[in-house]
Design a protein around this ligand. Sequence first.
Ligand SMILES: Cc1cc2nc3c(=O)[nH]c(=O)nc-3n(C[C@H](O)[C@H](O)[C@H](O)COP(=O)(O)O)c2cc1C
Length: 352
Amino acid sequence: MDLFSPITFRNLTLKNRITLSPMQQYSAKDGIPGNWHLVHLGSRAVGGAGLIITECTAVSPEGLATLSDVGIWNDEQKNAWKTIVDFVHEQDAKIAIQLWHSGTKGSLKHPNEGMKPLTPEEGGWTLKSSSATEVNGVISQEVTLDEIQELKIRFVDAALRAVEAGFDIIELHAGHGYLFHQFYSAVINKRQDEYGGSFENRIRFLVETIQEIRNVIPKGMPLMVRISTVDYMDTPEAWTLENSIELSKILKVNGVDLITASGGGFTNVSKDRVFPGYQVQFATAIKEQIGIATGAVGMITDAKQANEIIVNGLADLVVIAREHLRDPYFALHSAKELEMDVEIPWQYKRAF
Ligand SMILES: Cc1cc2nc3c(=O)[nH]c(=O)nc-3n(C[C@H](O)[C@H](O)[C@H](O)COP(=O)(O)O)c2cc1C
């Protein structure tokens, strides 16, 4: 088994283990993916990655972080995604959509304008989270029990639209300090009802959403979840690897096929905790203890390093973000370096 071995989840086979990690491009209008997204995602598919994952895609307008993020809450967005999905499929790659709600990390200006809170005149909205919190001087309100039911419906509707658009996999973004993470981590969740307090209560919103999505999508369609394995905070409320292992066990029982083990989201991660492959250990721990497939992410940047993760059974997918920005052809270049045979797009054969 190596970086270029196929892998099957339910009815879907990926041609290799190289995955484009979701990366917000802040290049959309009205949540509609456009030419930039087609070229960004399409060129990594041309570049040989077996799995393309879209950037985080909001399930409702209030789930955006900035007004330039993408969404899939209406048919215009769904149709625009379909063009991208079709192109990726033409390259013999598969594509997952990362469904997402930003919770309290929303209503922000574009990164080129400093990501400061939007004013109402600029289109800003009231932020909601598991609990009332204050971030950057902006107060979020606690979502009501009715709103939690409404949010789950938004996720299910988005998943159904993604199926209609032809996506191969649904991935839930349950990490990086966004809404699901704001529920399962006690750093933010201070609720007193059945969605707060104990571990079981804090994971309830994520688990129920997964159950409802799993119920409506085709049985052969894989479901993946990206979690923040640890909060990288030294407080008693912080979410831990042990919590992630326990959560993964429950996600597996509820029909999740792969966990991508990311981390953080509430605070800057101190430099000494970040090194090449720094989060592979989390993917390995979850894989070994729960027997669920995992994706390793974080500072995986070269072919040998990526190959060793697979050869040594440390994870099932290598999920590569920034190196893919530097090199859209990371997979084709890796095959050449590792002297492995892969299919080159016929248009490019004279160069590889
Ligand atoms: C520009 C940019 C945008 C990102 N947007 C997302 C996102 O939409 N969803 C997500 O789960 N992670 C997002 N991330 C995190 C990456 O997917 C990845 O986890 C992180 O960059 C570490 O991997 P790397 O060292 O290979 O870059 C983003 C990272 C970057 C650099």
